[in-house]
Design a protein around this ligand. Sequence first.
Ligand code: FE2
Ligand code: FE2
Length: 282
Amino acid sequence: MNQKFVTRAMERLPVPSSVVHRITAVVTNPDTSAADVAAVLKLDPALSGKVLRLANSAFIGIPRTVSSLPNAVVLLGIKRIHSLVLTAELLAPVKDIAALPFSIDRFRRHAVTVAFIAESIARHLQRYDAPDEHELFSGALLHDIGKLLAAIIDPEGVAEIYKKCRRRSIPYYRAEGEELSHTLLGEMLAERWKFPPELTACIRGHHTAACFPELHRLVSVIHIADVMAHLLGFALFPDEKIPALDDAALAEVQLPVERLRVIAEDILGKRDQISSLLEILD
Ligand SMILES: [Fe+2]
Ligand SMILES: [Fe+2]
């Protein structure tokens, strides 16, 4: 690993706002209630408005009217709200960067699609030891956050990696040098922002799930959901080579390919729900 690059990256990593600090502290406390999360959200009226808007949107699936913030937190789930707040905060400065090496809309759509697929896989597992749906949603939404950081820190480097992918017809993660690996950058950010360990594992391990034996099922679902999003055409780059599906991850999750096909069809029918979430992150 190139020490100079790591030092430079560390210096340029974004710093979490005080609301993010507070939400993370509240969410990582096992005794947290929806009222505690709502109390922190209230400190940021724009954020509270977005949470209420999402709770009343097609994202939830069933139309309903939610006017209280604690009820919105219960409906959306504490972990999902946490990951949405983190994602929105990390996406905000990117809007001002003129020369990003990829489309930010594609980045958002990929993350959101992986989140929907991962949650859907959890529902299909229907096992007592299935990973938590909301934990999967969070891990999936943030899994590629390192690519966003790489684009901020070294946009030319990311553009070069993409060229290499196309030239050699290999997936993006295989074209990265170790010093610009998006999983490593994502992990650095996760540690700096004090993400829960499960979330950090999804970010660091979604291309190498076997490296996380204690969280193998969780990280394997993120890996499978990521590959499925590529197969459905929701990759970061338009003609990106699809990453190979890891057999060990498939064996860990134990979902027949036929079920995965049903999940894929189901996701393609969820355009309204996906759009509601994309609007909130815009
Ligand atoms: Fe990735
Ligand atoms: Fe991805």
